[in-house]
Design a binder for this molecule. Sequence first.
Ligand SMILES: Cc1cc2nc3c(=O)[nH]c(=O)nc-3n(C[C@H](O)[C@H](O)[C@H](O)COP(=O)(O)OP(=O)(O)OC[C@H]3O[C@@H](n4cnc5c(N)ncnc54)[C@H](O)[C@@H]3O)c2cc1C
Length: 480
Amino acid sequence: MQAVPSEFLDIDRKARANKPFFDLDLRPPEVRTCDFDDVVINFDPERAMLEAARCIHCPDPAPCMVACPTSNDIPSAMWLIEQGKFVEAANIYHQTSSLPEICGRVCPHEALCQGSCVLNKHHQPVLTGQLETFAVDHERRTAGYVIPLGTPTGKRVAVIGAGPAGLGCADLLVQKGYEVTIFESKPAPGGLLVYGIPNFKLPKDVWIEKWEEFERAGVKFVPNTYIGKDKTIDGLFAEGFEAVFIGVGSEIDAKMEDAPGTDLPGVYEATDFLIRGNVEKNLLPENMKEPLKVGNRVVVIGGGDTASDCLRTALRLGSEEVTCLYRRTEKEMPGGKKDRKMAREEGAKYRFLTQPVKFIAGEDGQLAAVECIEMRLGEPDAKGRRRPVPLEGSNFSIACDTAILALGYWPDPILGKTTPDLEVHDWGLISVRNKATGATSRQGVFSGGDCVTGPDLVVTAMVGGRNAALAIDEYLRNKK
Ligand SMILES: Cc1cc2nc3c(=O)[nH]c(=O)nc-3n(C[C@H](O)[C@H](O)[C@H](O)COP(=O)(O)OP(=O)(O)OC[C@H]3O[C@@H](n4cnc5c(N)ncnc54)[C@H](O)[C@@H]3O)c2cc1C
């Protein structure tokens, strides 16, 4: 429900809809590709107030709020921002989100809140994502934010994985008075927020300040600990944890099984490439500390957001010819249009209906070319997407020194194998008995995020973690 119901607002909807629209300010492509800094220029207070005043305050429930996976009360936040009450607006976001300054930056707003804005019919939508970023950044710079702690229950909960799902869960658990310890396989917390999403979309200092909130709230962090190898879930119960949340994501790169040569020097998996290209050396896992060797001619294979991130990272690392190869057409591409537009502005090229079939070495043993075959679109598959069909005899080569495979992700099956009675499906995704609570087949074990849904979004993973925290609270309050 909206905190500021629209019927109490004295507004002229038509006049608001007709107010001038100014799009996001982005740093020019030739400037932004010289560094890894944020591409978007944040609003100043005046600009934020003007933009928020374009909201026409639809009757409750507003479509933007319905489209937001975490049900942020966007109309009330818009109303407060319009009046310069930025800290109050930030508080609206904290009520429903554990990561508002991050969702404000990385959510595909054009498909969620902004996409559902009724102004889309005849005007431009309100830039609700950027306003969320503005309000929460402003609060951080002025008042600061402290996670409100609940009365201590004396009970301990273990969270496995420090990505958006684990963080969403930890946030609500400390608010309910639980002692939370996060076990994480990597050296630093954040999951894909640190070890995936590039700095030019999500600056690392935003994340570092966010994590400090969790530390101040007493969340304990145990790095470099792979549950399933270094410890087991049964072992965590034996250590005295009364419930366990699994938020381990879905981070194993999909392989290109049928194309020979993927083991050549110069061929990278997207995760390895993005982590080594974007993350400071002191945060890198030991096996990723060797510097990347990126050539001038780069091909990126895949059509999702990860492919866009790889293209844009390669351009920032100085590569001159950067081309995305995708086996269907642009219409079928799963990645967001906004990221693709920015990649194009920055110099990335796209080659559609193209499938690599072989990676070819030069005399020095390094990658020198990729052999491809042209495709056409055939009949739709089970999901309704038209299948790519090879055009026999259409093989051709593209010279390149670096190839990056951005083909999607699978879960690591290790927890299913090392946890008795924990049901998994589809190569290791955790089965949940109840989607709303994340309860698994094991009593006291809950799960959420990409390890349940498969690769999805920061916001949906965070919601999975938050929902599980509420269920864990109920489970522990009722436990004899
Ligand atoms: C390159 C890339 C770009 C993306 N860009 C966007 C974007 O712009 N916007 C958006 O909304 N989404 C984006 N996503 C998707 C988004 O990052 C994920 O959906 C989200 O991070 C999932 O959160 P999670 O907590 O479920 O998993 P993760 O973020 O993957 O976190 C899981 C954590 O668990 C740890 N872990 C794994 N196994 C174990 C274990 N056995 N023991 C201990 N720890 C373990 C991992 O190291 C990791 O830190 C992107 C994804 C990628 C790969």
